[in-house]
Design a protein around this ligand. Structure first.
Ligand code: PGA
Length: 239
């Protein structure tokens, strides 16, 4: 894992956005896995601006949403698909058929996951990830194996608690569906994005023990040959 540190939160956003634009300009048909959550929002805002300025196009790209909560109302703004649509998909020129997400509203969730995994066998070119306070990637909670496929998962209590910042309904999610560690690790390039003071402790834990350990899913990225950890000053404060 290559560690990239920045002098300011603004420099972190600019660098991630510049590199993303360069990658998509070079290879317009990128197969991308993108997370929801708060971390990527400034990056998505910069990408939307680039599309508006006609400097960037997603016309030939494909986007696979990393994960999704289960049991939420269809109109809950905290559904991962809703967050991604609102902050990125609806504001860029991606053809609707090029956006793939885990539909946890369907009753046959195991089949949904198996179909999604099949779509991913062609592989991802670039996979962006946030990191949970417990080190999870997507909803691959501690204990997830490197071979885990896209699947239904039970949420760690900390993950259910953290969902409060997105979910509007009174019932918080206790399960979800996630792209598994296997397709994530098969991505040609991986970016782990970390910003803000809440992430300082987990980033220090990750960087100070640079070996793969299922108890810390983010550490499973260590052996990947093309993996980049982007840390802003607040998230890197304990390094
Ligand atoms: P956040 O979530 O970007 O909202 O901090 C990251 C995660 O829990 O995976």
């Amino acid at each position: 894992m290559n560690i990239l540190r920045f002098d300011s939160a603004q420099a972190w956003v600019k660098a991630t956005a510049d590199r993303f634009c360069q990658a998509l300009q070079q290879e317009p048909a990128l197969r991308l896995c993108l997370p929801s959550g708060n971390t990527p929002l400034p990056l998505y805002a910069a990408l939307v601006d680039a599309v508006r300025r006609h400097e960037l196009s997603f016309r030939h790209a494909r986007i696979f949403a990393l994960d999704e909560y289960g049991g939420l109302a269809p109109d809950d703004p905290g559904r991962c698909v809703s967050m991604l649509r609102r902050h990125l998909i609806e504001q860029i020129d991606l053809p609707p058929a090029h956006f793939h997400f885990l539909d946890t509203l369907r009753p046959d969730i195991d089949r949904v996951c198996a179909e999604f995994d099949a779509l991913l066998t062609e592989g991802l070119d670039l996979c962006l990830l946030g990191i949970g306070l417990n080190g999870h990637l997507g909803l691959n909670e501690p204990g997830s194996s490197v071979n885990s496929p896209t699947r239904r998962v039970e949420l760690h209590p900390q993950t259910t608690h953290a969902s409060q910042s997105y979910v509007k309904g009174s019932r918080l999610p206790t399960w979800g569906a996630t792209i598994g560690m296997r397709p994530i690790l098969q991505s040609k390039e991986l970016w782990l994005l970390a910003s803000g003071p809440a992430k300082a402790a987990i980033i220090a834990r990750l960087v100070k023990a640079p070996s793969p350990d299922e108890a810390l899913p983010a550490s499973l990225l260590w052996p990947h040959p093309n993996c980049w950890l982007w840390v802003d000053p607040a998230a890197g404060a304990q390094l």
